[in-house]
Write a protein that binds this ligand. Structure first.
Ligand code: GLY
Length: 408
């Protein structure tokens, strides 16, 4: 190793000690990473006069867009709110511009608070209006979140004990639930803690719906090895399970990696909201499976059972979600060994996601996080991998801001 390389190597090691067990990790340049993401976020805003044309996915440098009712609609405003938060922390001169941008893309989601046709209200409205309220304290943002909780709660049937993910609210033939739905419980639990209720009920109903949903998800979606099913079909009258399968993974009995990360994150959030230890234990079970099957670069294949393990079949968005969940587990756990293990897992993941090949400042790519996968499908005509997805940059930003706060 020559002197120049030796110096670089020394510089690239840092003692991570901010309240965590001392560990070594590659330097993560938070300022550079956030600035690179912010630059691409600003490009979409500047080039898109319709502030309700939400970024979705891209093969090249231009996002395909979707309307407010799509499940991804909250991630772009959410990314703008995270950038505003970082701009405030660093006293950027243009921080007010970031607030205005974030608000202008949040307004278009207002009517979604009344939606009862899907389960994605947590993704859509916590990431937009939820952050808006957290960062500004303006009550009109909060009112939208509380109404969204009322709407989502209508998709719960006591006979099933789960919130319906897909399909019409009064379909008495099919009742479909997906593992992703764990992420929407944060909306209900936040509303319950902030004055929200169900349409005709109480805050306690929102808590009961969330805990019943989480409890039955733990029972029906986890296999003995703690990998998860993607989709469970039930009988809406009796609640009996009819079928377990996949829509975005390789096979019904395989483990779709992003689904696994929704489980890790969703159960960690339920622990944060309830302090019921069984939820962090469930999160840790899902995390243990994930970490035991993770390749050396800390980024999973789109499906853990896939033979297609090359870079173009990875899902870096799953890694970004896992990274956020690991930071949360590290913060919440009262076991020093768990805290240290998950801080390190998060830092290792973030370190990988903020450098090549996963981090791209190239103007040829719409997103900064690349090599994301919308789905794994055995039929290549239906498979969408090696693409840009808006939620990848959203969760990468969340991880960067969390890491940055932990360094102080
Ligand atoms: N929630 C949909 C997905 O993860 O693709």
């Amino acid at each position: 190793m020559n002197l120049f390389r030796a110096t670089l190597y020394t510089l690239s090691l840092v003692l991570v000690s901010a309240g965590h067990a001392a560990t070594t990790a590659l330097v993560i340049d938070t300022d550079r990473a956030v600035a690179a993401i912010a630059k691409k976020l600003a490009l979409h805003d500047a080039g898109q006069p319709d502030k309700a044309a939400y970024p979705n996915e891209a093969k090249g440098n231009k996002w395909s867009t979707v309307p407010a009712k799509d499940w991804v609609s909250g991630f772009y405003p959410g990314s703008l709110w995270y950038t505003y938060e970082f701009a405030q922390r660093r006293h950027w001169a243009d921080q007010e511009t970031w607030r205005q941008r974030a608000d202008s893309w949040t307004v278009g989601l207002t009517d979604e608070q009344f939606t009862t046709t899907n389960h994605d209200l947590g993704f859509m409205l916590m990431d937009s209006f939820g952050h808006a309220y957290r960062l500004t304290g303006e009550p009109h943002y909060k009112a939208v979140v509380l109404q969204a909780a009322k709407s989502l709660a209508k998709r719960f049937r006591p006979e099933v004990g789960l919130i319906r993910s897909w399909g019409s609210i009064d379909d008495m033939k099919n009742y479909t639930v997906i593992i992703d739905n764990m992420m929407n419980l944060e909306l209900l639990m936040w509303a319950a803690a902030n004055g929200g209720t169900t349409q005709d009920g109480t805050a306690q109903d929102l808590v009961q719906i969330s805990t019943l949903h989480a409890n039955r998800t733990a029972k029906e979606f986890f296999r003995p090895d703690n990998s998860t099913y993607h989709v469970v079909e039930l009988d809406p009258s009796t609640g009996a399970v009819k079928r377990k399968h996949t829509a975005q993974g390789k096979a019904d009995e395989s483990c779709w990696s992003r689904g696994q990360t929704w489980a890790i994150y969703g159960f960690a959030s339920m622990y944060e909201a309830t302090k019921d230890k069984k939820y962090i234990e469930q999160s840790l079970k899902a995390a243990d499976y994930y970490l035991a099957h993770l390749p050396a670069d800390h980024v999973p294949p789109a499906d853990f059972n896939s033979e297609l393990t090359g870079l173009e079949f990875k899902d870096s968005s799953a890694a970004a979600i896992a990274c956020c969940a690991f930071f949360r587990i590290s913060r919440l756990s009262d076991d020093p060994a768990v805290k240290a293990r998950f801080w390190q897992a998060a830092v290792d993941t973030l370190s990988s996601l903020t450098r090549a090949p996963y981090f791209s400042e190239s103007p040829d790519k719409a997103s900064t996080l690349v090599y994301q996968a919308r789905n794994y499908h055995p039929d290549a005509n239906h498979r969408l991998t090696n693409t840009s997805l808006i939620w990848g940059d959203y969760y990468l930003l969340e991880a960067l801001l969390t890491y940055d706060a932990g360094q102080k």
